[in-house]
Design a binder for this molecule. Sequence first.
Ligand code: ZN
Length: 145
Amino acid sequence: MHFDLVAGGSADGRALVQKAAANGIRIRVISGLRSYEEQAALYAQGRTSPGKIVTRARAGYSNHNFGIAFDVGVFEGNAYVAESPKYKAVSVLGMELGLEWGGSWKRIVDAPHFQLRPAWALGLSERQMLAALRERREGNAPVYA
Ligand SMILES: [Zn+2]
């Protein structure tokens, strides 16, 4: 199952969407890969542009910038549900797929967030992994290899 997620070269959430559906929970991927430019615009929100703060990560400091992270939304009918015990249920399914869940983080609890840690980053902190991901991107090296 872990292999299914990395087969496309990124964690795109399809396996988790299918697994949740099989368990009677409707989710959609509401945010996946973000460019540095998109991350910079998100970071500006609530700081130098209108709106409320939605991220603490500058460009290059989010796992979304490297295609290893995605956020899900729980849906009931066609309605997006921002808070629901279903997020916790989905987290169990995600972890069965080998994903890390943002809801288990100590500093910023991020229940919609899942990420697939590359094998080379298993012993690294988030900060170390992000630094290595930025280096790989600069060197045009693959994320997972
Ligand atoms: Zn996220």
